[in-house]
Design a protein around this ligand. Structure first.
Ligand SMILES: Nc1ncnc2c1ncn2[C@@H]1O[C@H](COP(=O)(O)OP(=O)(O)OP(=O)(O)O)[C@@H](O)[C@H]1O
Ligand SMILES: [Mg+2]
Length: 424
C-alpha cells in the first residue's frame, strides 16, 4: 500500500513527439510543476521508468506509438502505484477505445493535436481527483440503475414514459435521478416539465472533455429536489456533430452523481452509438399495437440481444384502446415471441391534462388507470435490479435469472408474423 508520500513527484509525462512536449511543458510550468518531468518517449518508456522509480501523483502517457494500447495500459498498471491518476494521450478518435481505457482505470483520454486549454482542464481535474477522498477504491461503489427508453416507432409515447418514470423515481421513490434526453433536436423532456432546456447538453456535445461533476451540477436543469434534466432544442439547421463520447462521458458522471439514470433514447441513436447501451441495466421497449410496431419490436429485441445482452428488456404497449388496436395483444405477443409486460391505456384526457398543467403524464394523472400502470413500470425497474442483486453484493442468488428474458430465439419470428396488415 502506498500513501501520497513526499517521494512522489506531483507530475510526470511521457510524450512521443516534440510538438506535444512543447505544448505540455508550457502548461506544466503554469501549474507550478517541473518541466523536466515531461520526458520524450511513449507508454513503453513510462513502464520502464516506473518499474524503477516511485510513481507520480499524476501521470500523462502518450499511446501514439503503442500497437496495443489496452494491453500496454495493463502492463503500466502493474508497475504504477495505486492512487496515481493516469491521463492518456493519443491520435485515435474512437469511442470504443475511449471507453475501454476509462474502464481500465484511465482518468481521461486526450486527442492529439493537444491544445493548452484541454491539457489544463484535464490536469486540474486530475489534481482534484488525486486529492479527493478515495471512497470508490474501498469497494463502496454506489448502486446505480440506468434505464433507456426506446420507441419501436415514432410517437408511440417513449418520451411520455421516460419523463413519467424519471418523475416517479424522483418523487415516489425519492431517488436522485438524472433524465438524459438524447433527442437532441426534437426532445420534449424539458418541455413536458415546463422548463427551458438551456445549453447544457449542447455544451456537453461540443466539449466532451469539460464533462465532470461540476459541469453536471451547473448544466443540468432541476425539475424537483431529486430530478435533474439534461436536454436540448438544437437548431434544426445544426446537424448533430459528435462521435458519441460526450454521451458516454455523461452516463459515466451520472453513475457517480445519481442513483437512477433515465435515457430517452431515439432509435437512430442506438444505430449510431450502440456503445450508449453498454452500461444500461434496463431497456424499456415502448410500442403501440401495430404491424410496424411488431416488426420493429422484433428487430429491436434482436438487436438488444446481440448488442446489450446484459440489459433487461421490458415491453410496454402504450395507447391501448379496447377493441381498437391495429393488432391484438395475443397476435402481437405471438409475433414477438414474448409477453408484453405492461399495457398503458389510451387516455387523451390524461395527455391533455398533463399538457395543460406542464407536468409529466404520471404526475398529472395519479389516480387514473394509466398512471397506475406507469407506477408499476417504475416499480418493476427498481425491483428487477433488486432481483438480479446489486453488482457489488455477492450473496444475491440467481443473479442472471432476469437475463433469461433476453434468451428467446427470434429467428423464426418474421415467418410467424400475423398478416394483420392484409386487407380483409
Ligand atoms: N397513453 C396515452 N394516451 C394518450 N396520449 C398519449 C399516451 N401516451 C402518449 N401520448 C401522447 O402521444 C404523443 C406522443 O408521445 P411522445 O412524445 O411521448 O412519443 P415519442 O415516442 O417520444 O415520440 P417521438 O418519436 O416524437 O420521440 C404526445 O402528445 C403524448 O401526450
Ligand atoms: Mg420522444
Amino acid at each position: 500500500m502506498s500513501w501520497k508520500n513526499a517521494n512522489r513527484d506531483a507530475f510526470s509525462a511521457f510524450m512521443c513527439d516534440e510538438t506535444a512536449l512543447d505544448t505540455l511543458r508550457s502548461v506544466v510550468v503554469d501549474m507550478g510543476w517541473a518541466p523536466e518531468k515531461c520526458h520524450r518517449g511513449g507508454l513503453r518508456n513510462a513502464i520502464q521508468s516506473l518499474s524503477i522509480t516511485a510513481s507520480p501523483n499524476i501521470l500523462m502517457v502518450d499511446l501514439s506509438e503503442s500497437g496495443d494500447p489496452l494491453n500496454d495500459i495493463n502492463a503500466l498498471a502493474e508497475v504504477c502505484e495505486p492512487g496515481t491518476v493516469v491521463i492518456a494521450v493519443g491520435q485515435v478518435n474512437d469511442v470504443r477505445l475511449y471507453r475501454d481505457l476509462i474502464a481500465s482505470g484511465i482518468q481521461d483520454y486526450l486527442l492529439k493535436p493537444l491544445n493548452p486549454g484541454q491539457i489544463r482542464d484535464a490536469l486540474v481535474q486530475a489534481q482534484t481527483i488525486f486529492t479527493a477522498p478515495k471512497n470508490h477504491d474501498a469497494g463502496t461503489a454506489k448502486r446505480h440503475v440506468s434505464t433507456a427508453i426506446v420507441g419501436t416507432r415514432g410517437g408511440v409515447g417513449a418520451s411520455t414514459l421516460a419523463t413519467s418514470i424519471a418523475w416517479l423515481f424522483s418523487t415516489d421513490h425519492k431517488l436522485p435521478t438524472a433524465l438524459l434526453d438524447l433527442d437532441v433536436h426534437f426532445g420534449t423532456g424539458a418541455l413536458t416539465l415546463d422548463l427551458e432546456p438551456g445549453r447544457g447538453l449542447t455544451d456537453a456535445i461540443d466539449n466532451p472533455s469539460r464533462i465532470d461533476g461540476l459541469f453536471i451540477e451547473r448544466a443540468m436543469i432541476r425539475a424537483n429536489d431529486n430530478l435533474a434534466i439534461l436536454s436540448a432544442e438544437a437548431p434544426i439547421s445544426a446537424p448533430l456533430m459528435t462521435d458519441g463520447s460526450a454521451f458516454v462521458q455523461l452516463e459515466e458522471e451520472f453513475r457517480h452523481a445519481f442513483e437512477m439514470t433515465v435515457i430517452d433514447m431515439p432509435r437512430n441513436m442506438l444505430i449510431n452509438f450502440p456503445h450508449l447501451l453498454s452500461d444500461v441495466n434496463v431497456v424499456i421497449v415502448a410500442t403501440e399495437l401495430t404491424l410496424a410496431g411488431a416488426r420493429d419490436a422484433i428487430r429491436l429485441l434482436s438487436w438488444l440481444k446481440t448488442n446489450a445482452a446484459h440489459a433487461r428488456p421490458i415491453i410496454v404497449a402504450n395507447k391501448i384502446q379496447v377493441g381498437a388496436n391495429e393488432i391484438s395483444k395475443s397476435d402481437f405477443e405471438a409475433s414477438i415471441e414474448r409477453k408484453i409486460n405492461f399495457m398503458v391505456p389510451y387516455d387523451i384526457k390524461g395527455a391533455s391534462n398533463a399538457a395543460k398543467l406542464g407536468q409529466t403524464f404520471v404526475a398529472a394523472n395519479r389516480s387514473t388507470k394509466a398512471g397506475g400502470v406507469l407506477r408499476d413500470v417504475a416499480q418493476m425497474i427498481i425491483g428487477s435490479v433488486d432481483e438480479e442483486g446489486a453488482t457489488n453484493a455477492d450473496n444475491g442468488a440467481d443473479k442472471r435469472k432476469a437475463s433469461l428474458l433476453g434468451k428467446f430465439d427470434l429467428k423464426k419470428m418474421l415467418a410467424t408474423k400475423p398478416k394483420a396488415g392484409a386487407p380483409a
